[in-house]
Design a binder for this molecule. Structure first.
Ligand SMILES: Nc1ncnc2c1ncn2[C@@H]1O[C@H](COP(=O)(O)OP(=O)(O)OP(=O)(O)O)[C@@H](O)[C@H]1O
Ligand SMILES: [Mg+2]
Length: 346
């Protein structure tokens, strides 16, 4: 009985009833007309066809009525069985099919609930992180202004210093708001990439040059290993420049004083792999899976002067993924880190 389809059931029921009727008409034929085969055969065919049509109609009505509610719930469909997609096919094992669909619906609902719960958690964390990150510069600015108002303004020794410090805190807030704006645009695909063919080596040299002052401050030697030949890739140069800038700044900020940052290009079949490695403090393994999350910082307690708000790598990952490429990190504590990403060759 497991895989009985309604159509088969209708045929069997019609055959049984037609058989019974044919049997009685056979008996009647014997009594009244002596044996005449035509009458029972004729009544068998008529009975079978009538039962088949009536049962087909009745069972379809019955099943459709019963499953209508289920379908309506799981598929969010209107009560409209004129639509072919919603009609019950009597040649199928309808109930097993419905059971399967309900199980799938349940699974997808669970997934959706999990996704929404994660999103809600993420949203709460996100708001908490933003307010936490903004609090520090805002309180600093408030402190500087209060000091200036309470007499500091007239004190030539500190007035300019405090104003400059307040300006630095404002710069930090602007930087963070810009980063957040960029992340939200990248996440909602509102950033159009303007892809073109460009020389990656030249772009990297420009970035190194622009960060020379920062690197010198920590006596870090930033350089490209070997290849000075042009390497052409197809990507958005301004966005890739931002990726390389963020990764080099990190290698300087978290690198060892008098250390080095090595940049290497590897020729893969269709892509170029860029590696940016340092011999700095490194990152413990447990942090690696979460490193590219927004606001994630390894050393939560460090002073605000030492590094940023943990948005840099989130932006980097978004940009690389918008190019349909990948980014990875490998690192060893106290030995250094290597960030590598791919770009399409041109
Ligand atoms: N090369 C590196 N060596 C060691 N730790 C690193 C390196 N790069 C990143 N990290 C760790 O990963 C964290 C996240 O980096 P990310 O660039 O996203 O944020 P950030 O540098 O703190 O702030 P910003 O938003 O200004 O970039 C850093 O806080 C740091 O702890
Ligand atoms: Mg950074």
């Amino acid at each position: 009985m497991r895989n009985v389809t309604p159509a088969r059931l209708i045929v069997w029921l019609s055959l049984i009833i037609a058989g019974i009727i044919a049997f009685f008409s056979f008996l009647m034929s014997i009594i009244w007309f002596e044996i005449i085969w035509v009458f029972p055969l004729f009544s068998f065919i008529i009975a079978f066809l009538s039962c088949f049509i009536v049962f087909r109609w009745g069972i379809r009505q019955f099943i459709e009525k019963k499953v209508r509610l289920i379908y309506r719930t799981i598929h969010n469909l209107k009560l409209d069985f004129k639509n072919e997609a919603q009609k019950v096919d009597l040649n199928e094992d309808v109930f097993s099919k419905i059971r399967k669909e309900v199980i799938e619906w349940d699974k997808s609902n669970r997934k959706e609930i999990e996704r929404l719960t994660d999103q809600e958690k993420f949203r709460r964390e996100f708001i908490g992180n933003i307010s936490h990150e903004l609090k520090t510069p805002i309180f600093n600015i408030q402190g500087y202004i209060l000091t200036l108002l309470e007499g500091g303004l007239e004190d030539e020794r500190i007035n300019r210093i405090f104003l400059r410090k307040a300006e630095k805190s404002i710069d930090r807030m602007i930087e963070m708001v810009d980063d957040l704006d960029q992340i939200s645009k990248l996440e909602s695909n509102r950033i159009e990439l303007s892809r073109q063919r460009f020389n990656l080596v030249e772009l990297t040299n420009d970035v190194i040059e622009s960060l020379e002052y920062k690197a010198k401050n920590r006596s870090i030697n930033v350089h490209i290993v070997r290849s000075q030949k042009p390497i052409y890739v197809y990507a958005d140069p301004s966005k890739i420049s931002q990726v390389i800038t963020n990764l080099i700044i990190n290698s300087i900020n978290y690198g060892k004083k008098e250390g080095e940052t090595k940049i290497q290009f590897h020729d893969l079949d269709e892509n170029i792999m860029v590696e940016i490695g340092d011999n700095g403090r490194g990152i413990a393994e447990e942090h690696l899976p979460r490193l590219f999350e927004r606001f994630y910082r390894v050393d939560k307690g460090r002073s605000r002067e030492d590094g940023g708000s943990g948005l840099g790598l989130a932006i980097v990952k978004h940009i690389i993924e918008a190019h349909q490429q990948t980014i990875n990190v490998s690192s060893e504590l106290k030995k250094g880190s290597v960030f590598s990403f791919t770009l399409k060759k041109a």
